[in-house]
Design a protein around this ligand. Structure first.
Ligand code: CP
Length: 304
């Protein structure tokens, strides 16, 4: 039995296998509509979500399976003080696979110690978001044809943005990747990502504040929102929330073959006018997330 807790839990070869399965699903969805018909997924979301929860649930439904779960732990016995281990043991005795999102860093890993079925980290606090990373890597592979030889700019809240942490870890395993880390000083990427991933592996990166100074050098621009829910002080959030707003004027400085990704939700950091630019792939990215999660469910359940 395998869980997915960290983006590094799958080797590059396993990821390629997963992405090939997602390709097959996209080509012929009909062939997959019964592969999980006797399986049940539980989505346990202790934090709000639109894409991750719905895409997991729709992924299971499109594979012929069924779904239970909560989007508000207040409607469950968590409100009576039930612990994560007891909740996971209980739900795990009813279902075949669990996806869990939790505001506490490390909660899904802790949950996995008690889970009798495969368990997926659907986002833990400001730490990791491995299935978003699968989505991001698959989107890069689809739009660029490869996940190597790329300069990727990550822009916005690099401190609290868990999707950024997971993506940097995952992309650091591919050939000839260069990171341009664009953020205000207060929202720079955590030190452990720099020391334990980038410096340790000798991966080139620069930290810079102005997007305009580097946008013309990028193959991929990964925009992120400032994570209001992780700030201790509202005044700091208000001061930093509009640090970056990508609009058509700024895009005039970018390459013609730039791909613009965003894990979403968006707040102000990408103007709506950018949505019509062919370089904006964030809504394709949303859809790829569903196919990647279909492939992931199949792999973890051993039906592929
Ligand atoms: N990208 C992402 O995790 O979106 P949700 O918070 O809506 O699930």
């Amino acid at each position: 039995m395998r869980h997915l807790i960290d983006p590094m839990d799958f080797s590059i070869e396993e990821l390629e296998d997963l992405f090939s399965l997602a390709d097959e699903i996209i080509k012929d969805q009909n062939s997959f509509k019964k592969v999980c018909e006797d399986k049940i997924l539980a989505t346990l979301f202790y934090e709000p979500s639109t894409r991750t929860r719905f895409s997991f649930e729709v992924a299971m439904l499109r594979l012929g399976g069924k779904v239970i779960g909560f989007s508000d732990p207040g409607s469950s016995s968590v409100m009576k003080g039930e612990s994560i281990p007891d909740t996971i043991r209980t739900v795990g005795s009813y279902v075949d696979i669990i996806a869990i999102r939790h505001p506490k860093e490390g909660a899904p890993k802790y949950a996995s110690f008690y889970s009798p079925v495969p368990l997926i980290n659907a986002g833990d606090g400001g730490h990791q978001h491995p299935t978003q990373t699968l989505t991001d890597l698959y989107t890069i592979r689809k739009t660029k044809g490869q996940i190597s030889n790329l300069t990727i700019g990550l822009c916005g809240d690099l401190k609290f943005g868990r999707t950024v942490h997971s993506l940097v870890k995952a992309m650091s395993r591919y050939e000839n990747i260069k990171f341009i880390l664009i953020s205000p000083k207060e929202l720079q990427i955590p030190e452990y990502i720099k020391t334990e991933v980038l410096l340790k592996k000798g991966i080139p990166f620069i930290e810079i504040e102005r997007l305009e100074d580097v946008i013309g050098t990028l193959d991929i621009l990964y925009m992120t929102r400032v994570q209001k829910e992780r700030f201790f002080n509202e005044a700091d959030y208000i001061r930093l929330k509009d640090s970056y707003i990508l609009d058509n004027e700024k895009l005039k400085l970018a390459n013609k073959d730039l791909s613009i990704l965003h894990p979403l939700p968006r707040v102000n950091e990408i103007s709506y006018e950018v949505d019509d630019d062919p370089r904006a792939v964030y809504f394709q990215q949303v859809k790829y997330g569903m196919f990647v999660r279909m492939a992931l469910i199949m792999k973890l359940l051993g039906v592929a």
